[in-house]
Design a binder for this molecule. Structure first.
Ligand code: GDP
Length: 283
């Protein structure tokens, strides 16, 4: 999904979020498990204050398991409920309904004391582009869902998906804008495809990732491409171009093409499970 953010978009997204958030008890925030901090927009904490909060480490299949666990602990220590999920394959989805009840137990208790019984918990999925919001909603709602509203001829109102007698989910996710003041965060958002590649040169992106892998995942490049990965990042990229026969005009190495191929390999998990940021680097 490629969509650029301008001030007008941000204002509109924020306004919609403020409207929808009034209707709900629980914010289900999706982040990309490979970059759990960079794929958040911290304004959600202000928007979602006084709501129950659940963070889903989505695409957990693409990140390293020990770091998924470390990140889950990190967010739990800050008071969030957390679940590792793979929305594409359905991993972790079954536990969600139980976790929702647990995350909302204070609200359910408050209702009970006021004599309100069986009012379903209302939840909404939020996250920046490409973290897997639609995939998650489909995985959670599955086929069993019964939508409310949506009568022909009637202005389309809010659509709620009834997950069970206790939980209703807003059918459209809240889109948070990707936020980056800092170049490192911008690069990470480009790696995961949440911001348009053209903003940054593909080659610059690839060189940064190569440097990161050399430092944190020694051996991955050598193994994947059958190359010597010991040189500087640009030499490595040329080696990838050579090993993958990326050539222009017959014999010159095409490093742009190699960069594209390499970024694509990363995005699709073909370099293995990789986590790009680590909890110890935050507070
Ligand atoms: P949205 O923009 O947040 O609604 O994201 P989408 O639901 O459109 O998903 C973006 C891409 O990520 C799609 O290609 C999905 O198939 C993929 N995707 C979503 N969830 C997962 C996941 O848990 N694991 C993997 N490997 N891919 C996922």
């Amino acid at each position: 999904m490629h969509f650029q953010w301008y001030p007008g978009h941000m204002t509109k997204a924020k306004r919609m979020m403020q409207e929808n958030i009034k209707l709900i008890d629980l914010v289900i925030e999706l982040v990309d498990a490979r970059v759990p901090m960079s794929s958040r927009n911290p304004e959600i904490d202000e928007l979602g204050k006084n709501k129950a909060r659940l963070i889903l480490l989505n695409k957990s299949d693409l990140a390293e398991d020990r770091w998924n666990d470390a990140w889950a602990e990190y967010f739990k220590a800050k008071g969030f409920s957390v679940v590792k999920v793979n929305s594409k394959k359905g991993g972790g989805i079954k536990s969600i309904q139980g976790v929702i009840q647990e995350a909302c137990k204070e609200k359910i208790e408050r209702d009970r004391k006021r004599g309100i019984l069986n009012r379903p918990v209302r939840a909404m999925v939020v996250g920046i582009p490409n973290v897997g919001k639609s995939t998650f909603i489909n995985a959670l709602a599955g086929k069993a869902c019964t939508k409310t509203g949506n009568k022909p001829g009637v202005t389309k109102g809010k659509q709620w998906i009834r997950l069970n007698k206790n939980v209703e989910l807003l059918d459209t996710p809240g889109i948070l804008w990707p936020k980056f003041e800092d170049q490192t965060v911008g690069l990470r958002l480009a790696f995961i495809g949440s911001i348009k590649d053209e903003i940054l040169q593909k080659e610059e992106l690839a060189l940064d990732m190569i440097g990161f892998l050399q430092k944190n995942y020694a051996g991955v490049l050598a193994e994947k491409y059958g190359i010597d990965e010991s040189g500087d990042a640009f030499t490595c990229l040329k080696n990838i171009a050579e090993s993958r026969h990326c050539l222009v005009r017959g014999n010159e190495l095409d490093t742009d093409k190699a960069a594209m191929l390499f970024i694509d390999d990363f995005r699709n998990g073909r370099l293995g499970k990789l986590t790009l940021e680590f909890p110890q680097d935050y507070d």
